[in-house]
Design a protein. Structure first.
Length: 70
C-alpha cells in the first residue's frame, strides 16, 4: 500500500491494533491497521461497527444494512 492511494496503513507512526470494521453506508468489511478508527477509509462515514479480526459476520451485516444503499 502506498500514500498516493490514501492508504497509509504501513506507516509506523500511524499504525494501530489490527481490527476489522463494517461500514453501514458503503457496506464494506475492511481490515484496519491504523490507529485512527473513527471513520470508514472508503467513504468517510462514521457509521461503522468495529470488531476483532474474524468477529464480524459480513453476510448478516449486509442483509441488515444494505437497504440504505437502495
Amino acid at each position: 500500500m502506498n500514500k498516493s492511494d490514501g492508504q497509509d496503513n504501513a506507516t509506523p507512526d500511524k499504525r494501530g491494533n489490527m481490527t476489522e470494521y463494517f461500514c453501514k453506508v458503503c457496506c464494506q468489511l475492511r481490515l484496519s491497521l491504523t490507529a485512527d478508527k473513527s471513520h470508514c477509509r472508503n467513504c468517510g462515514s462514521v457509521a461503522i461497527i468495529t470488531g476483532a479480526i474474524g468477529s464480524l459476520d459480513k453476510p448478516a451485516l449486509r442483509k441488515q444494512y444494505d437497504f440504505y444503499r437502495k
